[in-house]
Design a protein around this ligand. Sequence first.
Ligand SMILES: Nc1ncnc2c1ncn2[C@@H]1O[C@H](COP(=O)(O)OP(=O)(O)OP(=O)(O)O)[C@@H](O)[C@H]1O
Ligand SMILES: [Mg+2]
Length: 273
Amino acid sequence: MSTPLDIRSTELSQRIGAPAPADARVSVRGLRVRYAPDAPFVLDGVDLDVHAGEVVALLGSSGSGKSTLMKAMTGFAPIVSGTATVGDVDVAHVRGRRLRALRAQVGQVFQQFNLIGRLPVLTNVLTGSLHDAGPLNLLGTFRSADRARALELLDRVGIAHKANDEARSLSGGQQQRVAIARALMQNPRVILADEPVASLDPAMSRTVLELLQSIARDEGIPVLVSLHVVPLALAHSDRIVGLRAGRVEIEGCTADLDESELASVYTDPARRS
Ligand SMILES: Nc1ncnc2c1ncn2[C@@H]1O[C@H](COP(=O)(O)OP(=O)(O)OP(=O)(O)O)[C@@H](O)[C@H]1O
Ligand SMILES: [Mg+2]
């Protein structure tokens, strides 16, 4: 059976149009984050790269710092030292307008989809083009070119036929695909997906992760995806980074890793002050 995921990359690039920017990459060096001056470091010297076209799976037990790492990359977690470079901008050293501009170039996907349920699917995707705009703009008119692109992206993720439905009427897997289309609407330099399949059944989890993989491969967009299910990480990433208590415990090509090696990520971390 043919699905939208079977479409060849050449056709995709014709349909999607804008290729990923040449500086689509993420580079984190020596990143230290803590939420209060006298609190322990939540991230304690993290190094991480996500290159154009690859999916990096982020593993780690609850509290190991996965979400904090993604928040730090968009300036929502307090960086004490180190760098977090998205494209050619170091998030640790930008504020105000430059930080907002950077955020507009980071496509984010969350466990709970974060769609506006009462609005049509197409409008939800279009909000990706208004990333830096106020809520009043949601009521305005969208350029026809944007609407055409949003429809293309919905076709890309396999749910163009739902364009006019209210977002809340879709299944979880369908809503996550809308969220991915919305992220693509931003022409992102990177996609950060924080537990995007945690609310989905196994089959839909695979579909969504396959979609993220094909987006990385075909559009050249780096994708960082946090996961709690090791076999899914092994099946749907190019590299794996395992965090334990805010430090990189393991890092390597997915093809070189197995479940037993990754188990070290989930052992009880030693207490540190
Ligand atoms: N806003 C905050 N203020 C204070 N502490 C926080 C804040 N956000 C996270 N933390 C703490 O930072 C640590 C790492 O949390 P984080 O959410 O990054 O972990 P995680 O790996 O994403 O966990 P999970 O798998 O449960 O989502 C935890 O100890 C958490 O309590
Ligand atoms: Mg988290």
